[in-house]
Each structure stands twice: as structure tokens, then as C-alpha cells.
Write a protein that binds this ligand. Structure first.
Ligand code: HEM
Ligand SMILES: *[C@@H]1O[C@H](CO)[C@@H](O)[C@H](O)[C@H]1NC(C)=O
Ligand SMILES: *[C@@H]1O[C@H](CO)[C@@H](O)[C@H](O)[C@H]1NC(C)=O
Ligand SMILES: *[C@@H]1O[C@H](CO)[C@@H](O)[C@H](O)[C@H]1NC(C)=O
Ligand SMILES: *[C@@H]1O[C@H](CO)[C@@H](O)[C@H](O)[C@H]1NC(C)=O
Ligand SMILES: *[C@@H]1O[C@H](CO)[C@@H](O)[C@H](O)[C@H]1NC(C)=O
Ligand SMILES: *[C@@H]1O[C@H](CO)[C@@H](O)[C@H](O)[C@H]1NC(C)=O
Length: 502
């Protein structure tokens, strides 16, 4: 008995010691490579996974601001893995554009066989990404945007009518939820070619699925750590990143839509008809399967609705503040002036003439970027310019977008909301890679044009018909939710909405 006890004690001590040495060794990586770093704490390193008190991007922004003058990069740890935080604009330009060939992936876990929706453009690795991106790029040209313009305007008109009915009952409302319904309907209509009617019916299936994807993550903390730190094991365990009902819903809807359109010879001005063209491509190598189409339509939905609706939410919040009343008035004045020129018709050309609206949206994207940090994975060893350090294949690098957008050396007085930062003269004075809401380089946001168009139409229609101001329930200053991936307001945004007085 005694013998057994001491035997276990020795084993335990040995294990603990070994574990300690292992962790110590892991956490000495940056020191050994003579790269400035931040002291990690076991087990999370420098980035907490649970019980965060601030958004990840705000923490990275602090690291960036504090250490950017020391070196072009800073070593941090996620769990036991070393990650490189890039703090120099020139090096960021290298990674995004000039040396893209070394940083082709995001390093996100996906599993095409067991979780078909996860194999979409945002996630997939280079070999699959390259042909897919070139097939999908023609879907987003300005010609195609003009094509879809009328569809978006029709959804926006519906939105205005709904909102108008609602404010007759109560003029104070939470706008994030409303804008989420608007962008859900736009993407549902344009990507899936169905009218999802979440505007009329708040419980609509599409909206429910969209909320589920963002608000109820499928994976628990352990599974999330596993897919981030041990992808091959996660694949072996057949971990799926989407709920079964979400997967079934989207696969079915795409299947039904395709069947319906092919049987009834339906042609529409939307993403789905362009995707169907790819399904039937003459050339084998160009062809997409139904599952591939579903995954791409799904990512358009995923990447398109939450980013755009939070952008519009922040935009209305800023315009509603008392101190920004003059900005709201000036925007409305521009809309009136341009529309007068176009006989009151909101056309594609008219929208393109509203430059102040564009400046307001860009300033919103600067101050509150929905995608507030960006990542790339080294796809082969990369020797950093002007340094003796080589980034090893497989290492993640992070670009602190929120930090750059709030850097007082780039944007003077960064907490101030000032659309004049986006006049052509001001833009020209800033170096490249200082405005990154859509990322940069060959792997930037493919939906940039569509996202901007949708945001502009939404904002124009809203300002044309309503006035926005704060109310007692408005949280000032706005607080970000520490948990969500997309930078989102903690408790929504409550505003007072009234019809415009003519
Ligand atoms: C205001 C709206 C939007 C914002 C702020 C936004 C932002 C971003 C960002 C930051 C990235 C990563 C870029 C990088 O890593 O360099 C991205 C990628 C992507 N976005 Fe968007 N996006 C928006 C709207 C949309 C829309 C409307 C769609 C589709 C209809 C879309 C589809 C995608 C796709 C497919 C990717 C992955 C591209 C690739 O890896 O090749 N986005 N977006
Ligand atoms: C909103 O509703 C009111 C009252 O029903 C109506 O007078 C007004 O024209 C409507 N405004 C819009 C933009 O539909
Ligand atoms: C849709 O699903 C059904 C049943 O699973 C299948 O028979 C059919 O071929 C699918 N449609 C298309 C267009 O693939
Ligand atoms: C299919 O496309 C590939 C690459 O675009 C090309 O090399 C090949 O010749 C094409 N095949 C046919 C049958 O057109
Ligand atoms: C608005 O545009 C449409 C189509 O572009 C045109 O048919 C209509 O006459 C225009 N209305 C006005 C008032 O100019
Ligand atoms: C706003 O940002 C978008 C995306 O970077 C760009 O295409 C557009 O020209 C910008 N507009 C202004 C007025 O800065
Ligand atoms: C790289 O290493 C060499 C030799 O050890 C040293 O002379 C040089 O200063 C180092 N360069 C940088 C940028 O640290």
C-alpha cells in the first residue's frame, strides 16, 4: 500500500515537472528567437478564450499602440502557440499584397466531407480557394451590382414602410435588430433568390437561422480550442462547425431553388442565377456541385448580413448623437440635392453622386470596423524583411485593424467621428493599409461593392424618411460585446425615430 502511494506520488511529480518544463519551453519561443513579446499566462497565453472583459480587437489594439515603436512585430501566445502581431504598416503591406504568396490562407478549420457548408470561400485553403475565387469574382463586378440595384431598393422601400408602421406605435426602438432584418432580406433575396420576409415576420426562418449562426455557436470552448490548435485531430473526430438544422436548412433551400428554377426556366438578377450558371459550366474544371453552391451562397449570407447591419447600426448611432446633428442634417441635404437633380428618382447613378454619404459610411467603418482584426497563415517559411527572424510555415499572423483605425498618429483624435477624414485630399495623405475594413490584397472582401451599395441604399432611404436622435435608453458611449466575433454593440442601440418634417 505504502509502496503504491509513493509510486503514484513519484509518477505525479514527474508528470507535473514534465508538464512544467514543456510549458516553460513553449512559452520561451519568442525569447529564444529574440522577438519582443508579452509575458504569457498559462493556459490562455495572452488571449483569453473565456470570461473576456473586452473585445479581442481592443486588447490587440492596446498591444499595438503600446509596442509599435519597439519593432515591426510583436510576439504573443494563443494558448501554447506563438502568434505574430504585425505592428508596422509596411510589413502589413508585404503580408497582404507584395508577399501574398507566403500568406495565402486564413488557417480556419473546415471539413468539406462532413460539414459541407464550412467549405466556403472565406475558409478554404489556397488550392481550392484560387479557382473558386476566380469563378466567383465576375459575380461582383459593378455591372452585376447595377443589375441588383433595383432589387435592393425594393427591399429598402419595404423596410421603410415597416419601420414607419412600427414607430407609430412606439418611436423608441432597438435599431440593430431592425437593420439585421433588412440586410437578411437583401441577402436572402439576392443570394438565394427567395423573399425571406423577415421584415414583416420577425420569426422568419431565415432570420432565425442567421441569428442561430451568430448568437448560438455550435462548439463548446474545448472544441473551439481544438479546431484552432489541432486541426488534424478535429478532422479525425469529424467535428462540425454548424448546427445540423442550419446545414439542412441551407442545403435544402439551395436544392429546391435550383430545381424550381431549372424546371420553370426562371432567370433572375441575383447571385443564385450566376451560381447556377457555374453549376452548368461546359468546362469540367469550372463546374460547381450543389454542395459547393450552397456553401458559397451561405458565406454570402454569413459575411454579408451581420457586417452590413452592424455598420448601419453604428452609423445611425453616431448620427443620432446631439453633437453630430449637423452631420445628419448635411447628409440629408445632400440626398435632397442629388435627388432633385435626378427628378426624385433614386437611381444607381444618383447614389454614386452622394459622396458625403460614402464618407459617413467609411468613417463609421473606421471607427467601428465589424471585422476588427484580420489573420493570415504562413503557407511557407517567410524571412521577414530587415530581420533575422523567419516566420515558420503554419504560424498565424494577426493584423490589428481596430488598433490601426484608432492610432492617433494615423487618425488624429481617433475617438472623434469626423466624415471629413474621407475627403479625397485627406485620403491621399495617408499611407496604404491604414484603412482596412474590407481587408487588403488578393484575399480581401469579395463583397466590398455589394456591402457598400447595400449600406448606402439603406442609409439614404432611412435619412430621406426619418430623423434619428438619442433617447434615455441609448447607451452612450456605445459598448462592444466582448463575446461576439463581429464587433457588435453589447445591448443593441436604442434610438428615437421620427418622420422627417418637410
Ligand atoms: C460592410 C460590409 C462588409 C464588411 C465590413 C466586410 C469585411 C470583410 C473582411 C474584413 C474580409 C476579410 C478580408 C481579408 O482577410 O483581407 C471579408 C472577406 C469576405 N467577405 Fe466581406 N465584408 C462585408 C460585406 C460582404 C458581403 C455583402 C459579402 C457577400 C455578398 C461578403 C463576402 C465575403 C467573402 C466571400 C469573403 C472571403 C473572401 C476570400 O477569402 O476570398 N462580404 N469581408
Ligand atoms: C408614415 O406613416 C404616416 C402615417 O400613416 C404617413 O403620413 C407618412 O407619409 C408615412 N411615411 C412614410 C415615409 O411612409
Ligand atoms: C435535391 O434533392 C433531391 C433529394 O435528395 C435529389 O433527388 C435531387 O437531385 C436534388 N436536386 C438537385 C438539383 O440536385
Ligand atoms: C477547361 O479550362 C482549363 C483552365 O481554364 C483549360 O486549361 C482547359 O483547356 C479547358 N478544357 C476544355 C475542355 O475547354
Ligand atoms: C425614374 O426612372 C425610371 C426608370 O429609370 C423612369 O421610367 C421614370 O420615368 C423616372 N421617373 C422620373 C420622375 O424621372
Ligand atoms: C470608402 O471606402 C471604400 C472601400 O474601401 C472605397 O471603395 C470608397 O472609395 C471610399 N469612399 C470614400 C469617399 O472614401
Ligand atoms: C542579424 O544577425 C546578424 C549576425 O548575427 C547581425 O549582425 C544583424 O545585426 C542582425 N540583423 C538584425 C536586423 O537584427
Amino acid at each position: 500500500m505504502n509502496f503504491l502511494c509513493s509510486y503514484f506520488a513519484i509518477c505525479l511529480t514527474l508528470l507535473v515537472t514534465l508538464g512544467y518544463v514543456y510549458v516553460k519551453r513553449k512559452y520561451s519561443y519568442w525569447q529564444r528567437h529574440k522577438i519582443g513579446f508579452i509575458e504569457p499566462k498559462f493556459p490562455f497565453g495572452n488571449l483569453r478564450v473565456i470570461r473576456r472583459t473586452e473585445h479581442l480587437s481592443q486588447r490587440l489594439a492596446r498591444f499595438y499602440i503600446e509596442r509599435k515603436h519597439d519593432a515591426p512585430m510583436l510576439g504573443i501566445y494563443f494558448m501554447l502557440s506563438p502568434i505574430l502581431l504585425i505592428t508596422d504598416l509596411e510589413l502589413i503591406r508585404h503580408i497582404f499584397i507584395k508577399d501574398f504568396q507566403y500568406f495565402r490562407n486564413r488557417g480556419i478549420f473546415y471539413n468539406e466531407k462532413h460539414d459541407p457548408l464550412s467549405a466556403h470561400l472565406f475558409n478554404v485553403d489556397y488550392e481550392k480557394w484560387r479557382p473558386l475565387r476566380s469563378k466567383l469574382t465576375p459575380t461582383f463586378t459593378s455591372g452585376k451590382m447595377k443589375f441588383m440595384f433595383g432589387t435592393i431598393v425594393a427591399v429598402a422601400d419595404e423596410f421603410v414602410a415597416c419601420l414607419n408602421r412600427s414607430i407609430q406605435i412606439d418611436s423608441e426602438m432597438e435599431v440593430n435588430e431592425w437593420l439585421g432584418r433588412f440586410t437578411t432580406d437583401v441577402i436572402g433575396t439576392c443570394a438565394f433568390g427567395i423573399e425571406c420576409n423577415s421584415l414583416k415576420d420577425p420569426q422568419a426562418k431565415f432570420r432565425e437561422m442567421g441569428r442561430k449562426v451568430f448568437d448560438q455557436p455550435k462548439l463548446n470552448t474545448f472544441e473551439r480550442m481544438l479546431i484552432m490548435s489541432c486541426k488534424s485531430l478535429a478532422k479525425l473526430l469529424r467535428i462540425c462547425t454548424h448546427h445540423k438544422d442550419v446545414t439542412d436548412f441551407f442545403l435544402n433551400i439551395v436544392n429546391e431553388t435550383i430545381e424550381y428554377r431549372e424546371n420553370n426556366n426562371v432567370q433572375r438578377n441575383d447571385f443564385m442565377s450566376l451560381l447556377i450558371e457555374l453549376k452548368n459550366a461546359k468546362n469540367d474544371t469550372d463546374r460547381l456541385t450543389i454542395n459547393e453552391i450552397a456553401a458559397q451562397a451561405f458565406v454570402f449570407f454569413l459575411a454579408g448580413f451581420e457586417t452590413t447591419s452592424t455598420t448601419l447600426t453604428y452609423c445611425l448611432y453616431e448620427l443620432a448623437l446631439d453633437k453630430h446633428k449637423h452631420i445628419q442634417d448635411k447628409a440629408r441635404q445632400e440626398i435632397v440635392t442629388v435627388l432633385d437633380k435626378h427628378n426624385g428618382n433614386l437611381t444607381y447613378e444618383a447614389i454614386n453622386e452622394m459622396t458625403y454619404i460614402d464618407q459617413i459610411i467609411n468613417e463609421t467603418l473606421r471607427k467601428h470596423p465589424p471585422a476588427s482584426n484580420l489573420a493570415r497563415m504562413a503557407t511557407s517559411n517567410y524571412k521577414l524583411p530587415n530581420s533575422n527572424y523567419t516566420v515558420p510555415e503554419g504560424m498565424m499572423v494577426i493584423i490589428p485593424v481596430y488598433g490601426i483605425h484608432h492610432d492617433p498618429e494615423i487618425y488624429e483624435n481617433p475617438e472623434k467621428f469626423d466624415p471629413n477624414r474621407f475627403t479625397p485630399e485627406q485620403i491621399q495623405q495617408r499611407p496604404s493599409c491604414t484603412f482596412l475594413p474590407f481587408g487588403e490584397g488578393p484575399r480581401n472582401c469579395i463583397g466590398l461593392r455589394f456591402g457598400m451599395l447595400q449600406a448606402r441604399i439603406g442609409l439614404v432611404k432611412l435619412l430621406q424618411n426619418f430623423e434619428f436622435s438619442t433617447c434615455t435608453r441609448t447607451q452612450i458611449p456605445i459598448k462592444y460585446s466582448p463575446k461576439k466575433l463581429v464587433l457588435s454593440p453589447e445591448n443593441g442601440v436604442w434610438l428615437k425615430i421620427t418622420g422627417v418634417k418637410n
